[in-house]
Ligand binder design. Structure first.
Ligand code: S3P
Length: 439
């Protein structure tokens, strides 16, 4: 049996200090992908040395790209050009990383070699038809299990053709997958999103000198272009900052500064939602690095109130709901989330797993098919299962700040997928967290 990591968090405390959380996961993945396909040398700083981004890095190394680092967040990628990737000797193991699998699926659909993508138990359960179906319309040949899940076997085809695709779900992974396939397709590939989703792929493609068109909700690329290497400064991940924004908001006496946080307007839903709940978050020193807005955030404890979360904020805060549910549990009154069925197909079913965990701590939390209803109130101590989902583990760790007993959290090793050093950083700010390995 795999060894499991247990978090043990003592109740109470407050968060204070001045910190920088690790680099943005979405941007780190894309830096490796585009840097590998570019002509020239791409230097990345602030790279996230977490398992997910490292899975992408290893995949490109396995396809013949020379990549130095990471060392203290620095990575140097010697690009091989659009047609320089080589067939890997073995299946590419993408671990827990949905972003790696979905984006690579598009990027590899137009290569001249066969490649197999595999992942861990959680990734092997996640829906891949959302990418394989539109890619098939572009002429790709991709085999999945009958359920539409990984392993995915991608076979070389004569050529891809651009399509005009209306995405049924608001997903940056699907959009990015198709735009990356579109780089290799004949003509234009157009993707319409039902609601705005993170636009790091579009921004970074432009940074590498590739034109990306915007027509209303449509994003499009024309195949056959080239990428020129550039330097990338990866901002701190707002999705990782979110745990600290919530922790400092709910723990009386907290005063915490988070530096160099990515503030892309397609990612800032967590700030909008927390502010609507009454949080005290000051945004200062706004600037732009490499085409991405960043800022320093100062957060102080404040009484929160329950709200009905606006549905248009859902895609803009899609990864932050585990943390936001903890904020809701500490708020006065009821918080209602709707329009968030996508949470059920993340690294875990985040609606069910959070509802189970909150209930185990004595919080009234009722899951609904597309969201949850949470009544704010006291939080007890207890034991919760993160189901190997990094963000669930970190969200419940923050809940201890307001609990009246110790919180034990099972199956926390995957915190390393997005936030290496979480325990040390959180402990340094005042969270009474420790960890135990147990069989
Ligand atoms: C991501 C997109 C989102 C997000 C994931 C990262 C990306 O997924 O949940 O953590 O980097 O494009 P969906 O596209 O499935 O919403």
């Amino acid at each position: 049996m795999a060894r499991k990591l247990l978090f043990r968090v003592s109740p109470g405390g407050r968060l204070s200090g001045d910190i920088r959380v690790p680099g943005d996961k979405s941007i780190s993945h894309r830096a490796i992908m585009l840097g590998s396909l570019a002509e020239g040398t791409t230097r990345v700083s602030g790279f996230l040395e977490g398992d997910d981004a490292l899975a992408t890095l290893r995949a490109f190394r396995a396809m013949g790209v020379r990549i130095e680092g990471p060392e203290a967040g620095r990575v140097t990628i010697h690009g091989v050009g659009m047609h320089g990737l080589q067939a890997p000797e073995a299946p590419l193991d993408l671990g827990n990383s949905g972003t790696s699998m979905r984006l690579l699926c598009g990027l590899l659909a137009g290569q001249g070699f066969e490649v197999t993508l595999i992942g861990d138990e959680s990734l092997s359960r996640r829906p891949m038809k959302r990418v394989t179906e539109p890619l098939a319309r572009m002429g790709a040949e991709i085999n999945s299990t009958p359920k539409g899940t990984a392993p995915l076997v991608i076979r070389p085809v004569d050529g891809l053709r651009g399509i005009d695709y209306d995405m049924p779900v608001a997903s940056a992974q699907v959009k990015s997958c198709l735009l990356l396939a579109g780089l290799y397709a004949e003509g234009e590939t157009r993707v319409s999103e039902p609601a705005p989703t993170r636009d790091h792929t579009e921004r970074m493609l432009r940074g590498f000198g590739y034109e990306v068109g915007i027509d209303g909700p449509q994003r499009w690329v024309r195949g056959g272009g080239r990428l020129s290497a550039c330097d990338i400064d990866v901002p701190a991940d707002i999705s990782s900052a979110a745990f600290f924004l919530v922790g400092a908001s709910i723990a009386e006496g907290s005063d915490l500064t988070l530096r160099h946080v990515g503030m892309n307007p397609t990612r800032d839903g967590v700030i909008n939602i927390l502010r609507a709940m009454g949080a005290d978050i000051e945004v200062g020193n706004r600037r732009e690095v490499g085409g991405e807005p960043v800022a320093d955030l100062r957060v102080r404890a404040a009484p929160l109130r329950g709200i009905r979360i606006p549905e248009d904020q859902v895609p803009l805060a899609i990864d932050e709901f585990p943390a936001l549910f903890v904020a809701a549990a500490c708020a006065e009154g009821e918080t209602v989330l709707t329009g968030a069925e996508e949470l059920r197909v993340k690294e875990s079913d985040r609606i069910q797993v959070m509802a189970d965990g909150l209930q185990a701590l004595g919080v009234r939390a009722e899951p609904t098919p597309d969201g949850i209803v949470i009544q704010g109130g006291p939080i007890g101590g207890g034991r919760v299962d993160s189901h190997g989902d990094h963000r669930i583990a970190m969200a419940f760790a923050m809940a201890a700040l307001r609990a009246d007993g110790e919180i034990l959290i099972d199956d926390c090793a995957n915190v390393n997928t997005s936030f290496p050093g979480f325990v040390e950083l959180a402990a340094g700010c005042g969270l009474a967290i420790g960890q135990d390995d147990h069989a």
